[in-house]
Design a protein around this ligand. Structure first.
Ligand code: BMA
Length: 377
């Protein structure tokens, strides 16, 4: 009897510790699909890097919302593995985003991409809840937007006790309504990656590093996640922590809200000159090492090529991201510019070299992750 009890105990301990080790979303109540997505992404990040493109399913430089159209597909014959969408102005109750994209159409494409077996990531350039209430006497382009960094009181003003706290709750309510609406045909909530308050290490958004304290930033994150997770009972979200360019892990982690909040450690870095490759290499090394140590997902969640450099994809980006377990690499939107004269408009959505990224055995586009069956359907 004693032996039996002992072996049961040993079994329980082994099971418990292996559960603890098996990487899982921070949300203990994450839906089955969300847990499956998390684990698939965790595994995949060691096998290859997914390609993602912001607004790929919504428009290109010369076309606007044509069903099933995608710049990536036009050029390679395949969709990106990761589809990025932007929520800015959803908080205001608007029908269209700050980039004039219809939220109804975004919701539709999120569902389509999910049904195809792709990954969804949402960003949020939220308006400035404090300065947008002040009259725009100086007529500055950024007045009241996410880029308005004229006041350092913004984050404090929306946290509990702050004078804009109720307004902020209204914003989160609107986002929650949208999130809850994201369902499959059978009513299953569609899992997605949410990357709000991005590029914290920069100071160009109202949540930036010199615009609020690290404590305020972490509190903003915690408040937001608690709101969706506990107040709204939403459990299909993987939360991505994100900074702009950083040179040390210490700098990267400033304001990190905690492993119980965050699922992904991501980095945004655009190529602004020759030093980029080296800087990205260093940053990706410490970010991915830290992520793996914490059982978290990773991504280079925004990047973009150097002006005038034709072979950037294969000669700069690919060699660096291939060295590390980077879950996905996402390049930003191809801004719709119908007023482009025929001469200015690029003849094709990507430079020729993009095909080398596509053809690389290291990269994963939609068809490859369909094979991987990341939702285990
Ligand atoms: C930025 C720019 C803006 C856009 C915003 C949200 O980086 O592309 O023009 O409004 O992203 O998509």
């Amino acid at each position: 009897m004693k032996i039996f009890n002992l072996s049961l105990l040993v079994l329980a301990v082994v099971l418990f510790s292996s559960c603890e080790r098996s990487p899982s979303p921070a949300d203990k109540k994450a839906t089955k699909e969300t847990v499956t997505l998390f684990r698939s992404l965790y595994k995949l990040q060691n096998q290859g890097v997914m390609y993602g493109h912001q607004d790929d399913l919504m428009y290109g430089r010369t076309w606007w919302y044509e069903k099933d159209r995608s710049d990536t597909k036009d050029f390679t014959g395949d969709y990106p593995a990761v589809a990025g969408f932007e929520l800015g102005h959803l908080e205001l109750g608007n029908e269209r985003s700050l980039d004039s994209v219809s939220f109804a159409q975004i919701a539709e494409q999120i569902k389509v991409h999910y049904q195809r077996g792709g990954v969804i990531t949402l960003s949020w350039h939220a308006n400035n809840p404090l300065t947008m209430q002040i009259p725009d006497t100086l007529r500055q382009r950024q007045h009241g937007t996410a880029w308005d960094v004229s006041s350092k009181e913004v984050v404090a003003s929306i946290l509990p006790e702050g004078k804009n706290h109720d307004l902020f709750n209204t914003w989160l309510e609107r986002l929650a309504t949208f999130f809850i609406s994201l369902k499959d045909d059978d009513g299953t909530p569609i899992p997605f990656i949410f990357r709000p308050y991005h590029e914290h290490s920069g100071s160009f958004f109202w949540w930036g590093t010199n615009i609020c304290t690290d404590e305020e930033y972490a509190a903003l994150w915690r408040y937001t996640v608690d709101f969706f997770r506990y107040k709204k009972d939403i459990h299909n979200i993987l939360y991505a922590y994100n900074t702009d360019r950083v040179t040390s892990l210490e700098q990267y982690m400033r304001g990190y809200p905690g492993d119980d909040i965050i699922d992904m450690l991501s980095l945004d870095m655009y190529d602004r000159g020759e030093q980029f490759g080296g800087e990205l290499d260093i940053a990706l090394e410490f970010v991915t090492m830290e992520a793996i140590a914490r059982n978290k997902l990773t991504a280079l969640s925004e990047t973009g090529g150097r002006r005038g450099m034709q072979d950037w994809w294969s000669s700069v980006l690919l060699p660096v991201v291939s060295k590390y377990p980077v879950g996905y690499v996402l390049t930003w939107r191809h801004t719709y510019r119908p007023w482009f004269s025929k001469m200015d408009a690029p003849a094709q959505p990507f430079p020729d070299d993009f095909i080398n990224l596509y053809n690389s055995p290291t990269t994963l586009f939609l068809k490859e992750i369909q094979e991987a069956n990341i939702y285990n359907r």
